[in-house]
Design a binder for this molecule. Structure first.
Ligand SMILES: Cc1cc2nc3c(=O)[nH]c(=O)nc-3n(C[C@H](O)[C@H](O)[C@H](O)COP(=O)(O)OP(=O)(O)OC[C@H]3O[C@@H](n4cnc5c(N)ncnc54)[C@H](O)[C@@H]3O)c2cc1C
Length: 426
């Protein structure tokens, strides 16, 4: 192979994780090739972002492009617990000092991901659109590149010093190495679709502090029998609505995705009401066995980032922000390897995994706690209690906004009474 065909890094996948890693490396002068199989712009679920994203976007140099898009402003989360009123509204603006801006966005992923991919191209990443990576090439345990080609055509080898697997739920390397582990205790399925003409709250009715931004909204999370519903208002009068259900419960409701979705939504008084006049604009989409965790996220000459490493559950809207953070952390570890004589061994790349596992562990605890609350239908849970205990509320809002490194679970425990702490940690 000619020297000119050798890359510093080969990236599998042009979603938020892959583009984030590629952009940081390209900005540092590395030669990066990225392969994206799907024709962009493409639909993707994962539309509610977190305020912690601002600092990542700034590092990528993409903030102005995202702001210019006019995405719907998300001010926080509104929890509807067990059809009991009033709901619990938790706004980032209540504690504005933790984040660069006290809000974030609900995004059409087709557009958001295209902005990131175009930005990667502008930063010098060699992007091959509508190309599939067929395999990762190994020399013993060392990843040495990928074989890739235009969709439907033969694949050829591309050699690289490091391979970044950002292939999303496909988890190319983890499947190849047998590292993928499901999470049977979180056996969930999701059905979702977009709607036009659904009810939209007046922001003046929800935003009680800070600036009331025109057209701003909250992510609505409402509990139902067997799971919960999301309601995410987007631009152009579109609303994303989805249910996440225990898989056995969902099967009992119906084997048909549409019938199952309708029955689950029917159990949520307010969301059924909000959809009464709305038109469903796409067929129901389904993702089953939502959660999984790969055994390890790095090896000699390779890293797994974003959903290619793990995904637990979408309830706290952490996926995209965490995937981008993982991409940045992986790029930092890779640059450290290049700065140390091109050492891209597993021992050098371990720092990436150690760094990204910290926020992941926090999200794991929050998610397990969420399902414990749903199971017990307990009125004494952390969400309802956050109304009465200001210290608990502050720290909970910071966590919900993605500030896992800004407060600790221990701090939340210190702010909470015993019964609540039991729910958080057990
Ligand atoms: C039901 C559900 C709801 C969710 N809701 C939210 C939410 O509200 N907010 C949030 O932040 N997150 C949410 N998520 C999570 C979010 O969708 C993901 O965490 C996020 O998209 C991960 O980004 P990624 O870059 O790792 O993977 P992806 O965005 O999936 O990107 C991977 C890319 O790799 C490409 N690819 C795959 N294989 C190959 C190959 N062999 N060759 C070339 N290209 C390849 C794919 O085409 C894809 O474009 C949700 C997830 C689920 C399941």
């Amino acid at each position: 192979m000619e020297q000119s065909e050798r890359f510093d890094a080969a990236v599998i996948g042009g979603g938020p994780a892959g583009t984030s890693a590629a952009i940081i490396l390209a900005k540092a002068g590395k030669r990066v090739v990225l392969f994206e199989r799907s024709p962009f712009p493409r639909f993707h679920i994962g539309e509610s972002l977190l305020p912690a994203g601002w600092e990542i976007w700034r590092r990528l140099g993409v903030t102005a492009k995202i702001e210019a898009e006019g995405f719907t402003v998300k001010q926080g989360i509104n929890f509807g617990m067990f059809n009991q009123k009033p709901d619990v509204v938790l706004l980032t603006a209540e504690y504005p000092d933790y984040f660069e801006r006290p809000y974030t966005y609900h995004v059409e992923r087709a557009r958001f991901d295209e902005i990131l991919l175009e930005h990667a191209e502008e930063c010098g990443v060699e992007v091959h659109r509508e190309w599939s990576v067929a395999d990762v090439l190994f020399d013993g345990e060392q990843a040495v590149g990928v074989s890739a080609g235009p969709n439907g055509a033969a694949a050829t080898p591309f050699h690289a010093s490091v391979v970044i697997d950002a292939s999303g739920r496909e988890s190319l390397i983890a499947r190849k190495l047998g590292w993928r582990r499901s999470l049977p205790e979180l056996n969930k399925i999701s059905h979702f679709a977009h709607f036009k003409g659904a009810f939209r709250r007046n922001p003046h009715d929800i935003v009680t502090c800070g600036e009331v931004i025109d057209g701003s909204v909250t992510t609505e999370i409402h509990t139902i029998d067997g799971g919960w519903v999301w309601y995410i208002p987007l631009k152009n009068d579109i609303t994303s609505v989805g249910v996440v259900l225990d898989s056995r419960y969902a099967r009992r409701l119906s084997e048909s995705p549409q019938a199952c979705f309708d029955a689950a939504i029917g159990n949520c008084i307010c969301v059924s009401d909000w959809l009464r006049e709305a038109e469903q604009t796409m067929d129901i989409k389904t993702i089953s066995t939502i959660g999984y965790l790969n055994e390890c996220f790095h090896g000699d000459g390779f890293v797994l980032v974003g959903d290619a490493s793990m995904f637990v559950d979408p309830v706290f809207s952490a996926g995209v922000t965490l995937a981008m953070r993982g991409g940045v952390y992986a790029a930092d570890a890779i640059l450290d390897g290049f700065a140390n004589g091109g050492d891209l061994s597993a021992a050098r790349l371990r720092q990436y995994e150690e760094r990204i596992r910290k926020p992941m562990e926090c999200i794991f605890k929050m998610i397990y706690n969420w399902y414990r609350i749903l199971e017990r239908k307990d009125a004494n849970n952390i969400i309802l209690r956050s109304r009465q205990i200001p210290m608990l509320r502050e720290r909970f809002i910071v966590l919900l906004s993605g500030g896992y490194d800004k407060v600790s679970m221990e701090q939340i425990l210190a702010a909470a009474d015993e019964p609540t702490s039991t729910y958080l940690m057990s």
